[in-house]
Design a protein around this ligand. Structure first.
Ligand SMILES: NC(=O)C1=CN([C@@H]2O[C@H](COP(=O)(O)OP(=O)(O)OC[C@H]3O[C@@H](n4cnc5c(N)ncnc54)[C@H](O)[C@@H]3O)[C@@H](O)[C@H]2O)C=CC1
Ligand SMILES: CC(=O)C(=O)O
Length: 327
């Protein structure tokens, strides 16, 4: 018997800027989606980008790809809608304070979410736009979808930065660095050092065995670099794109291939880590239905206190726009 062809995997991207187009390119080169629709306020730009992306297809793993400038109606049967839009006036500079973008981006998020839902969309939202934890909660509230189907990129990018910085420090491949940065995607993000391991050896043990080579483990200094390095990139090229696009592509793969892989994303925490009813960076199992379950790490008291601080910041930030979302 001939197997039935598998269903088309369809991803829509709303916001065709540096992040949206880097994500689209990742989807093509990694062969994750069959159909990619791109929506932007500037339709001519979305059309041009779609054409350019199609010219990457002949050199990609498979030939058949539908890539086009799309309308909201095209979201109806999409598996995933990724929101990477940013209001033109929401400029991230100076102190790299993502929370400052909230006032400008909240109405963009509610209007995009409503337009997507009016199409009849019944898939999974992935949110990247900043401040991502607060805006993921905005999208969840405006869409009315179950929290398991609204996911933000959260601390995926900080986790990647931590793994890379630590791997450089230890002269290892980042694939050997395991662990997570948790909390707000922003200034209060923190590395859960109590859970970081090199191979299967806890980082503190690794440092003890290799004290001669590294001296005292500079955890605070490494943590500071994790928070600052995005700013260095921003100063150099005016945006950050490939890191988060890679993380977004990783979540997309986990969903479309039903991988049930653990990723540190912005997910809804019902009641864990002394945090209740909040979107925040947390490790969860991601598969075809979105978030399957939350992972309960053992954190030390200092880490729990840092988590509480992040949660407080995000709660206050959401409360400041709650009325605009409920309208
Ligand atoms: N969560 C994370 O780890 C990261 C988040 N970001 C955030 O992602 C967002 C996008 O960043 P970039 O791509 O660099 O911005 P960008 O300015 O290059 O692109 C934004 C795009 O959104 C479009 N847009 C604005 N309003 C729209 C609307 N209502 N409907 C459709 N399209 C709309 C604009 O026309 C523009 O093409 C920003 O909020 C940025 O801060 C960026 C990097 C990492
Ligand atoms: C822009 C941003 O949020 C980042 O690169 O971390």
């Amino acid at each position: 018997m001939i197997a039935a062809p598998s269903r088309t995997k369809k991803v829509m991207i709303v916001g065709d800027g540096a992040v949206g187009s880097a994500y689209a390119h990742s989807l093509i080169t990694l062969d994750i989606a069959d159909e990619i629709g791109i929506i932007d306020l500037d339709r001519a730009k979305a059309h041009a980008d779609a054409l350019d992306l199609r010219h990457a297809v002949p050199y990609a793993p498979v030939a058949a790809k539908k890539i086009y400038a799309a309308d909201y109606a095209d979201c109806a049967d999409a598996d995933i809608v990724a929101i990477t839009a940013n209001a033109p006036a929401a400029v991230l500079d100076g102190d790299f304070d993502r929370l400052r973008l909230l006032g400008k981006n909240v109405s963009v998020m509610t209007s995009i979410t409503r337009s997507v839902m009016e199409s009849g969309f019944d898939g999974i939202f992935l949110v990247v736009s900043n401040p991502v934890d607060v805006l993921t909660r905005v999208v969840a509230a405006a869409s009315g979808l179950p929290p398991s189907r609204v996911i933000g990129t959260g601390t995926l990018v900080e986790t990647s930065r931590m793994r890379t910085i630590l791997a450089d420090y230890l002269d290892l491949h980042p694939a050997n660095v395991h662990g997570y940065v948790l909390g707000e995607h922003g200034e209060s993000a923190f590395t859960a050092w109590s859970n970081v391991s090199i191979g299967s050896l806890p980082i503190r043990e690794w440092m003890r065995h290799n004290a001669g080579a590294y001296g005292i483990a500079p955890f605070d200094e490494l943590d500071r670099r994790v928070r600052e390095i995005g700013f260095d990139i921003f100063r150099g090229k005016g945006n950050t794109s490939y890191g988060v696009a890679g993380g977004l592509a990783r979540v997309t793969t986990a969903i479309l291939r039903d991988e049930n892989v653990i990723l540190p994303v912005s997910a809804h925490v019902e009641d864990a880590y002394q945090i209740r009813d909040l979107y925040i960076g947390v490790p969860v199992v991601v598969g075809r239905a979105g978030v399957r379950e939350l992972v309960h790490l053992y954190l030390d008291d200092d880490e729990l206190a840092q988590y509480a601080r992040s949660a407080e910041i995000l709660r206050a930030s959401y409360d400041s726009v709650r009325d605009a979302v409920d309208r």
